[in-house]
Unconditional design. Sequence first.
Length: 458
Amino acid sequence: MPTCTFTRDMQLDDGWDVCVLGGGPAGAAAAIAAGRLGARTVLIENTGCLGGMGTSGLVTAFDPMANGQEMLVGGIMREIVETLDREGELGPGVGPEVYAKGYMRWTPFRVEGYKRLLDRLATQAGVEVRFFTRLCDAEAGNGVVRGVVLNNVEGWRMLRARTYIDCTGDAVLAAAAGAACREAGRDTPRIMPATMASYFSGPIDWSRCGWQAQQDGLKRALADGFFTQRDRHMPGFSRVGDSLGYLNSGHLFNLDALRCRDLSDGAMLGRRLAKEYLEFFRRYVPGCERLEHATTASLLGIRESRRIVGEYELTVGDYLARRHFPDQIGLFNKFIDIHPYDCSDAEYERFRAEKDDGRWKLGPGESFGIPYGVLVPRGWSNLWVAGRCVSSDLQVHGVIRVQPAAAMMGQAAGSAAVQSVRSGQTACGLDTAALVSSLRDQGAHLPQTALATTATRS
Ligand SMILES: Cc1cc2nc3c(=O)[nH]c(=O)nc-3n(C[C@H](O)[C@H](O)[C@H](O)COP(=O)(O)OP(=O)(O)OC[C@H]3O[C@@H](n4cnc5c(N)ncnc54)[C@H](O)[C@@H]3O)c2cc1C
């Protein structure tokens, strides 16, 4: 496409300590942490609610937060799930035995309760939340972000802060600022498929439509040639209320999330597939005969787009070694969840092996550490990244891209940014012992005994 130049003046919004871009689990936790620590914090979010994929994306279940013996995830994420539990906003029958003790147990939640809770926590922390506002560009150089260009109904604005945290999922700020990133489909041979999640309602007999009944129905439907694409991997339909469930199924293969054409075509295909799954459940899964399609998500479910090249790149070797780090900012335990790249049997078998084979996953009582360096684009001074787009190899990305890990990383990035504002330390030169100590004061579960004043580097 040809290029052109367009110059214009815009209003300048100056004087912020911390600017967080993107209000998903990572961004919400980053902003709440920074606000609670007393920093002047602004949170920029493109949609009209916080929570990201967990709200606008309708993936209304938190991935495992415990390892069968203890709760690994502390801090703001733990506070969120405990508050939702107290306020009756978790799925029916779900409590601490699932989120604080379970091994590979998911915690479903009610989406409106979660939205309201995040509004409340951000407001109480003194965070200025700006909904319906999009990050469009950045002014940056020499490892420093000087400002971000935003657009909303009031027009264009340049916002300047002392520190910036990119929680857009797609590393939009890091890429615009010129930080090194790896892009799915360009720097990797393949792209993990996306999914458009759905809500189904109606009279549902949950005692008859459990996971096994759904998988049995899938086998029969595939044998009948029911679906337009022969996809053997159906994560399934999960209960979030007595008459409400969320469907995480209908893979959108080879969708490049960094191309608008692919996103647009993918959204339309996702809606068509959701209708097919509705018919499938009505016909093949007992207890779902009278299912209704409540809605599809407004945010397309992207699993993979960009990852930054950080001070540290967390690898599958670290994961399999159950490695802990002196500068770790979180602990986690989940299987490697790289969905089949296509509908072939070979891909499906590869996925099953990584998920089920004991050599590829951590067992009960185990954990690995997430070091601080995954949050910092290599060599950058006032920029952090948290959530789905941090620095890891593909296999570890398939472990830590989920909501509880994103929230832990967000809280760490928010706390690091405030430490940087107060001490003058750069992101890549931060005293990580002081950060770990601050996170522990905020309730993070960080049991390492040896601390280090510098980040672990690749
Ligand atoms: C289909 C699917 C099912 C999943 N199921 C689960 C599950 O069961 N449990 C689980 O824990 N995890 C699940 N995940 C993973 C998880 O939901 C995400 O990886 C996680 O939410 C990532 O958090 P994040 O904060 O990095 O990004 P996101 O949740 O994607 O949030 C990013 C936010 O940034 C905003 N944003 C993006 N660009 C801009 C911009 N330019 N300007 C302003 N705002 C912007 C977006 O609107 C969004 O609110 C699933 C993912 C998918 C795709």
